[in-house]
Design a protein around this ligand. Structure first.
Ligand SMILES: [Zn+2]
Length: 372
């Protein structure tokens, strides 16, 4: 995990980079995050930077031996503690007993919530816990193991779960072995043992700025800027929520686009087409424009797919399938002109053109162009 993989928080990344550059790395940090704001990814990216063999000006290199090992969560100097559901019968009583699950779950979803994680390791609706055995393991792990890299790092995710057993860590926090850094992540500072709180440097990881979420949505999900901005405004500074909303929204629009195109091409079912046009116009002018921009994006991707034989594989399988199918119909000159038609429709909508009429006109053009 590099800083580049963490959405937003440029100022925090800068601050962490500087502490390393100026050799002022603290012995213990507490990343206080909001739900979905990315405290854990930020801590993990910092752990990678601390041990990177050839960091760039702004980030870990992502290429060196250390980065590779940390990327796979197998670096000998980076230890992970996270809540687990202890199962004595199965001898699963500390975080290391769930390391295999951790190595799968974190890379798959670095922004996973605690509930996501606990649900992935336990069938029942249980509460996660950092066990007494885990505390003993931390102490052993940090005191006894040999330092291979530049820093020994102890990540503690869900530090609220360090109950009074956590006091056993105080000595370590106060006098950690040389070049040892604690990176704790929590959401609720009130639930952190005060004795621990007073020995750590708190770093607030606030809600992610809307603008940063919007940019990341465009870059990572390939959605258009207008829709990204709309999704970002609803995401409450949470990246996983933004991803969820983006997916949900595109599925909605995608269904409507599919229906609109099918009816336009077949034109066997004029009442259905009218209904679709009405539903689309009913979205309101802003969303109608977003709908058309999304349609335009899908067309452009289909044209690229038609020309190159390769489809842009986004995260949405239904979308990918749609692009594949549409690209097969784009061989004719008329079809190649469709993006222009959609562009004109957007132009009219922006200038308060009569929605139903312009869309009906578009449907006729689409029908003619895509009929085979
Ligand atoms: Zn590196």
């Amino acid at each position: 995990m590099q800083f580049a993989d963490v959405v937003g928080h440029d100022a925090l990344k800068q601050r962490l980079r500087e502490t390393l550059r100026e050799k002022r790395v603290a012995q213990s940090y507490l990343f206080l995050e909001q739900e979905g704001s990315g405290g854990l990814p930020l801590a993990m990216a910092f752990a990678q930077l601390l041990n990177c063999e050839s960091p760039t000006e702004t980030d870990s290199c992502g290429e060196c031996n250390s980065c590779h090992k940390i990327g796979k969560l197998i670096h000998a100097d980076v230890h992970y503690t996270f809540p687990i559901v202890a199962d004595k019968a199965k001898h699963k009583e500390a975080s290391e007993d769930y390391l295999a699950d951790w190595r799968k779950a974190f890379p798959a979803n670095p922004y996973m919530s605690m509930q996501d994680w606990i649900a992935s390791i336990s069938d029942e609706n249980k509460q996660g816990n950092i066990t007494a055995k885990e505390i003993t393991n931390i102490i052993k792990g940090l005191s006894l193991t040999h330092l291979e890299g530049q820093y020994k790092v102890q990540v503690i995710w869900g530090a609220e779960n360090l109950e009074k057993e956590g006091n056993k860590l105080l000595k370590l926090l106060e006098e950690p072995p040389e070049r040892t850094v604690f990176l704790m992540v929590a959401q609720n500072s009130e639930r952190i043992l005060p004795t621990i709180l007073s020995r750590t440097q708190s770093i607030k990881v606030p809600r992610i700025a809307e603008e940063d979420i919007s940019k990341a949505l465009v870059a990572e999900c390939g959605i258009d800027e207008a829709r990204a901005a709309q999704v970002a405004s609803m995401a409450e500074g949470s990246w996983p929520l933004a991803l969820h909303l983006a997916e949900e929204g595109s599925n909605d629009n995608l269904g409507l686009i599919k229906s609109f195109l099918n009816q336009s091409i077949g034109r066997k079912n004029v009442p259905q087409l009218l209904k679709d046009v009405e539903a689309i116009v009913g979205l309101g002018r802003v969303r109608l424009k977003q709908f058309l921009e999304y349609m335009l994006l899908l067309y452009r991707r289909s044209m690229v797919a038609q020309a190159t034989g390769e489809i842009y594989a986004g995260p949405n399988t239904e979308e990918n399938e749609f692009i594949q199918k549409l690209s097969a119909r784009l061989g004719t000159k008329r079809a190649q002109k469709l993006p222009e038609q959609i562009g004109k429709t957007i132009f009219y909508i922006e200038r308060n053109g009569y929605g139903k009429l312009v869309l009906f006109n578009l449907a006729i053009q689409v029908g003619k162009a895509l009929k085979q």
